[in-house]
Ligand binder design. Structure first.
Ligand code: NAP
Ligand code: ZN
Ligand code: ZN
Length: 348
């Protein structure tokens, strides 16, 4: 099926309209008319080939939510008219031990990501959610709680799961002091989720203008990370710190705030390597780890958790044609706190 989309054709060209092909639904496929697609900083990294792994043209977008328009003959999970969502993963081998343990994002035979991944069906690359429709196997398609506003729920598919998964794994909850670095798309969900899990939540921000919002979103304390005295007050006190920063920054300054056996988990991906001082880890003994989105079952668990706690993203709704401007604002940390594309604006 010919499908309207928005694509980048080179690292330096602005995104613009392009036609792509979507497969006809196979027996286990769900066809979704996309209503909303969140704008993740990874979309920008990919569009500009900042990680050196982009195949052009690329259609970004992995925070996809829409209405089911067709289902294959074997589909039991969805019916026409349902709201359905697709996140960062659209397929994996389903047989390796990582897939069997519900960590498909680490599939040993290669997880298939929603864009710039090898499409098993077309033989080309997968295309993401900056498009009018998507076709996805029901096993990788998510259910969205009915009480959540669809536009505000879309970014949960990446920003939500990428923060939920490490917060759960590293035990954020009552009695724990948890730091979130950066109040952007990921960070603002990290603050909301850590607060909802019962942790004493501290936001680190470089933006003085975000202090009040940080508190409103659930932070018990907000620290301006550029202020060494404010940082020093928290020395060796955190159980866990989640780093969502997309640009170069000094990770040693945050490692110094972990207590004995505390962990810093990196989810942000600055384009260049970040220097690490050995002393930051060895005294007192500390852990440095990373995390990548989450598996499908955990993504559904996160959506259900958000439904139960009535949590969704704070968004700025944009038209598809505003995407290049939105990328520029994202680079200036000027997003409150996730851009979401109203996909009806692509169809007009
Ligand atoms: P975003 O909305 O642009 O937020 C990034 C935030 O980082 C900014 O709002 C800003 O917060 C802070 N920041 C920016 N420049 C900084 C600097 N020089 N020093 C310190 N802080 C700075 O981006 P996002 O969509 O949340 O994504 C964040 C990163 O996570 C990206 O690199 C993205 O590719 C990556 N990511 C990883 C995964 C994963 O699975 N691991 C999944 C999705 C995204 P303040 O204004 O509060 O300082
Ligand atoms: Zn993302
Ligand atoms: Zn696998």
């Amino acid at each position: 099926m010919t499908t309207r989309a928005y694509a980048a054709t080179s690292p330096t060209t602005p995104l613009g309209p392009m036609s792509i092909a979507r497969r006809e639904p196979l027996p286990s496929d769900v066809e979704i008319d996309i209503l909303f697609c969140g704008v993740c900083h990874s979309d920008l990294h990919f569009a500009r080939n900042e990680w050196g792994m982009t195949n052009f043209p690329v259609v970004p977008g992995h925070e996809i939510l829409g209405r089911v328009t067709r289902v294959g003959s074997d589909v039991t999970k969805f019916k026409v008219g349902d709201i359905a969502a697709v996140g960062c993963l659209v397929d994996s081998c389903r047989t390796c031990d990582h897939c069997l343990a519900h960590t498909e994002q680490f599939c040993k035979n290669g997880a298939v990501f929603s864009y710039n991944g090898p499409d098993k069906h077309s033989g080309g690359m997968t295309f993401g959610g900056y498009s009018e429709r998507v076709v996805c196997d029901q096993a990788y398609t998510l259910k969205v709680p009915a009480n959540l506003d669809p536009a505000r729920a879309a970014p949960l598919l990446c920003a939500g799961i990428t923060t939920y998964s490490p917060l759960r794994k590293w035990g954020a909850g009552k009695g724990k002091k948890v730091g979130i670095i950066g109040l952007g798309g990921l960070g603002h969900m990290g603050v909301k989720l850590a607060h909802a899990m019962g942790a004493h939540t501290v936001l680190f921000t470089t933006s003085e203008g975000k202090v009040a919002d940080g508190k409103r979103l659930g932070a018990d304390e907000v620290v301006i990370s550029k202020d060494p005295a404010a940082m020093a007050k928290h020395a060796s006190s955190f159980d866990m710190i989640l780093d969502t920063v997309s640009a170069d920054h000094d990770i040693n300054a945050y490692l110094a705030l972990l207590k004995l056996d505390g962990s810093m988990v990196i989810v942000g991906v600055p384009p260049s390597p970040q220097p690490l001082r050995a002393f930051s880890l060895i005294s007192p003994r500390r852990n440095l780890a990373g995390s990548l989105i989450g598996g499908i079952a955990e993504t559904q668990e996160m959506l259900d958790f958000c439904g139960k706690h009535n949590l969704a993203c704070d968004i700025e709704l944009i038209a598809m044609s505003q995407i290049n401007e939105a990328y520029e604002r994202m680079l200036k940390s000027d997003v409150k706190y996730r851009f979401v594309i109203d996909m009806a604006t692509l169809k007009r």
